[in-house]
Design a protein around this ligand. Structure first.
Ligand code: 5GP
Ligand code: MG
Length: 186
């Protein structure tokens, strides 16, 4: 048995992901050409996307990380926790490009962006792999995004369910019995 057995259907294939990232990498390159900037990857979900994205951006950039978690083990948004890793030097006066796996309600990026600006960032833009516009509650739209998805819980390419499935190379929807199983086991 592999992780593939738990997937109901593939929503975005590896080939589609490659094309989407190529396009967004070109947009980011154009937007920042001639300007110093730092890509801030929001862990854990965006690590796969950030790693692929930065290797397609052929201009100077720096890389930093921070951790934000809102979901716990389930699929419903819970309390938001932000742990900052960038030092003051990495934030103050810098142009930052926040990179996240998915823009859902928008609460995470809205809060992280405000916090980075409060800590002295010169400019904070956002780049997301997936966008679920139908779920938005916070006033935040991504400056760059690869794909729009319907209101459906998705996994793969960095996105997890209960800590698993981040290593799937595509984006997919889980079979409903996977959710039922983890509920039964608590
Ligand atoms: P927001 O603060 O925008 O509501 O939530 C963003 C975070 O919620 C994402 O970084 C991600 O961790 C989680 N999230 C939202 N929708 C999904 C989804 O469909 N699948 C998974 N695996 N995580 C999601
Ligand atoms: Mg996340």
């Amino acid at each position: 048995m592999t992780l593939h057995n738990d997937i109901e259907r593939v929503l975005i294939s590896e080939q589609e992901i490659t094309a989407g990232i190529d396009r967004v990498a070109r947009e980011v390159t154009q937007a920042y050409s001639g300007q110093d900037f730092t890509v801030v990857s929001v862990l854990k979900g965006s690590c796969v996307f950030a790693a692929d994205l930065i290797r397609r951006i052929p201009i100077p950039l720096e890389l930093a990380f921070l951790a934000a978690s809102s979901y716990g083990d389930g699929t419903v948004s819970g309390n938001l926790e932000i742990n900052f890793f960038p030092t003051g030097n990495e934030i103050e006066g810098r142009r930052l490009l926040l990179v996240d796996d998915i823009l859902d309600t928008g609460r995470t990026l809205h809060r992280v962006r405000a916090e980075l600006l409060a800590r002295g960032a010169m400019d904070v833009r956002t780049c997301v792999f997936l966008d679920k516009p139908s779920r938005r509650t916070a006033a935040l739209e991504a400056d760059f995004r690869c794909f729009e998805v319907e209101d459906l819980f998705v996994v793969g390419y960095g996105l997890d369910y209960a800590g698993r499935y981040r290593n799937l190379p595509y984006v997919g929807a889980l079979k409903s019995e996977i959710f039922a199983k983890s509920k039964a086991s608590g």
